[in-house]
Design a binder for this molecule. Structure first.
Ligand code: BGC
Length: 389
C-alpha cells in the first residue's frame, strides 16, 4: 500500500516535472507513466541522457539496431536481444543495416518516429550517428550502446560490451604462450607475424590493437617477432568494416610479396571473418598442415570453431552474446523503470563527450584444447551436433 502511494506520488510529480521543465523535450503527457505504475525517476545513466517514462500497462517498443547479418555473431546478438526483451513484455523492432551507414541512420530515424521508447544500437560507424542520437535525446528516448561504443554524443545512457582491450590482451597472450616467445627469445629464435586488425570506425578495434601490442610489442622490439611487411601500427593494419575480402586480399599480397622464401608463422587476426579470408589465402599459397601458421580470431563463430577442430584456425575469442544480451536488457529495464543496472566500469569508455557507464563481460580464449568445454559444455553456446560431435 505504502509503496503504491509512493509510486503514485512519484509518477504524478514526474508528469508535472515533464510538463513544467522539459521545454525542448517532445515527450507528451500521454507518453508518461500511468499514475499507478512503478516509480519512475529522472535518474539517468549519463549526464544529459534522458530517462524514459515507465510504461507499465502498455507495450513499450524497443528499437534494436544491429550492423549486419553477414557475420554470425550479430545474428545471434539480435536473436538474443529480441527473445529476452519480448520475454519481459516489450515489443521489439530489430533492424539490420548490412554495414550501410546511411541505412542504419534511416532505420534509427524510423524507430524514433514510430514511437520507440528506448534504442539499443550496435553501430556500423560509431561516430556517424550523432544527429539521430540528438533527435532521440530531444524526443526523450534513451540510448544504450551495444557492444560498440557510440562516440561523440552525450545522448548515451549506458554501454554493454566485452572488455575490448582484454580481447586484444587475450589474443596477444595466446600467441605469447603458444609460441613460447620467452623461450624463443632466450634461444635467439624468431617467428614471422602479420596483423589483421578491425575497422577504424569501431572503438573496439582500437582497444583490441592496444591490448595485442601491450603483450607483443616487446617481442617485436627485440626481434623475437618479425613482421616482414613492417605493418604493425593500428593505422597500417586496420581493415574498414571488418571486411573478410580485404583480409584475404592483404594476406594474399603479403604471402606473395614477403613470404616467398620464408613461411608466415603467425597471423594475428582480430576477427573470425578475417581468419576465413586468411585461410583461403594460405590454401591458395599452398600451405598445408606441415607449415600452417598460428591463426587467431574473435567471436567463436560456428565456422571458426569447426576450423579450430580441423586445424585451419588455431584459436578464437569466445564472447558469450547471450550474457551480453542479459546485461543489455538490465540496462533497458533501468532506463524504462528508473532502476539501476549493474555497472562495472565508469572510467574507460570516454566517447569524447562523456564517460559512458559500462558493463564489460569477460572474453575467453579458446583453442582445440578447451573449445568443447567452453562453447558446448559450460556455456551451451553450441550443441555438440552443431560442431559435428
Ligand atoms: C565486435 C567483434 C566483432 C567485430 C566484427 C566488433 O565490434 O566487438 O566481436 O568481431 O565487431 O563484427
Amino acid at each position: 500500500m505504502k509503496k503504491k502511494l509512493l509510486s503514485t506520488i512519484l509518477a504524478i510529480s514526474m508528469v508535472a516535472a515533464m510538463m513544467v521543465g522539459c521545454g525542448g523535450n517532445e515527450t507528451t503527457p500521454s507518453d508518461a507513466a500511468p499514475a499507478d505504475s512503478e516509480a519512475a525517476t529522472d535518474e539517468t545513466g549519463a549526464e544529459g541522457a534522458p530517462a524514459a517514462a515507465a510504461t507499465d500497462g502498455e507495450t513499450a517498443r524497443i528499437g534494436v539496431a544491429m550492423p549486419t547479418q553477414s557475420s554470425e555473431r550479430w545474428i545471434k546478438d539480435g536473436e538474443n536481444m529480441k527473445l529476452k526483451l519480448e520475454a519481459l513484455g516489450y515489443e521489439v523492432d530489430l533492424q539490420y543495416a548490412e554495414d550501410e551507414v546511411q541505412t542504419q541512420v534511416s532505420q534509427i530515424e524510423n524507430m524514433i518516429s514510430s514511437g520507440a521508447k528506448c534504442l539499443v544500437i550496435a553501430a556500423i560507424d560509431a561516430g556517424a550517428l550523432t544527429t539521430v542520437e540528438e533527435q532521440a535525446k530531444n524526443a526523450g528516448i534513451p540510448i544504450i550502446a551495444y557492444d560498440r561504443l557510440l562516440m561523440d554524443s552525450d545522448a548515451i545512457s549506458y554501454y554493454a560490451s566485452f572488455d575490448n582491450e582484454g580481447v586484444g590482451t587475450a589474443i596477444g597472450e595466446y600467441i605469447k604462450n603458444k609460441k613460447d616467445l620467452d623461450a624463443a627469445r632466450e634461444a635467439g629464435e624468431s617467428y614471422t607475424i602479420e596483423f589483421f586488425m578491425g575497422s577504424p570506425d569501431d572503438n573496439n578495434a582500437v582497444l583490441l590493437h592496444k591490448g595485442v601490442m601491450g603483450v607483443l610489442q616487446p617481442y617485436l622490439d627485440d626481434g623475437t617477432l618479425v613482421c616482414k611487411t613492417g605493418r604493425t601500427s593500428f593505422d597500417d593494419t586496420c581493415i574498414l568494416r571488418w571486411s573478410q575480402e580485404t583480409a584475404q586480399q592483404w594476406c594474399e599480397n603479403y604471402l606473395t610479396g614477403y613470404y616467398a622464401d620464408e613461411d608466415l608463422d603467425i597471423a594475428c587476426s582480430a576477427f573470425d571473418g578475417f581468419s576465413y579470408g586468411i585461410k583461403a589465402a594460405l590454401q591458395g599459397a599452398g600451405y598445408t598442415a606441415e607449415n600452417w601458421p598460428l591463426v587467431t580470431g574473435q567471436d567463436a563463430e560456428l565456422m571458426a570453431c569447426k576450423n579450430i577442430l580441423d586445424g585451419t584456425q588455431t584459436a578464437t575469442i569466445f564472447k558469450d552474446t547471450s550474457l551480453l544480451a542479459d546485461k543489455c536488457v538490465t540496462m533497458v529495464e533501468a532506463v524504462m523503470k528508473g532502476t539501476e543496472p549493474e555497472i562495472n566500469d565508469t572510467t574507460t569508455y570516454d566517447n569524447h563527450v562523456i564517460v559512458v557507464p559500462s558493463y564489460l563481460c569477460t572474453p575467453v580464449a579458446v583453442d582445440k584444447d578447451n573449445l568443447v568445454e567452453v562453447v558446448v559444455e559450460e556455456s551451451k553456446y553450441y550443441k555438440p551436433e552443431d560442431l559435428g560431435l
